[in-house]
Write a new protein. Structure first.
Length: 128
């Protein structure tokens, strides 16, 4: 007795899986971009004095220097002014303002929601 099994549609299944992978990567990239832009706005609101941290605006240079970049794997919010680190972490004469860190902490759940909504999956606590 011989048993013969034929599987049809393997090439089509491969094409479908490749498309799904590309779609998920694009969705992840979109979610990260959306979350990064949102937190960038929150950092700027913090610097401007609209959040609990002390206002850090004198000339506006620091506020205007904050910008973000993102790709499929990460989002970055940065300032390229040389004194940004002193405002964020403090010095012996200036207490830390923590605009970046506190904005991230306040918005962790919102970031998870951006990713969950775009990808349709649950993001576990350890991811952020």
């Amino acid at each position: 007795m011989t048993v013969k099994i034929e599987v049809h549609g393997i090439p089509e299944a491969r094409v479908y899986l490749k498309k799904q992978n590309k779609l998920k990567i694009q969705q992840a990239s979109d979610a990260i971009k959306q979350a990064t832009l949102y937190v960038e706005g929150e950092v700027k609101q913090s610097i401007a004095g609209h959040r609990p941290e002390p206002k850090s605006v004198d000339t506006g240079r620091f506020l205007q220097s904050v910008h973000s970049t993102s790709n499929a794997m990460e989002g970055k919010i940065i300032s390229d002014v040389n004194y940004a680190q002193f405002l964020e972490f403090g010095t012996s004469k200036l207490s830390a303002r923590r605009h970046f860190q506190n904005s991230l902490e306040r918005n962790r759940n919102k970031i998870r929601d951006f990713i969950k909504n775009k990808l349709g999956i649950h993001i576990w606590k350890f991811l952020l």
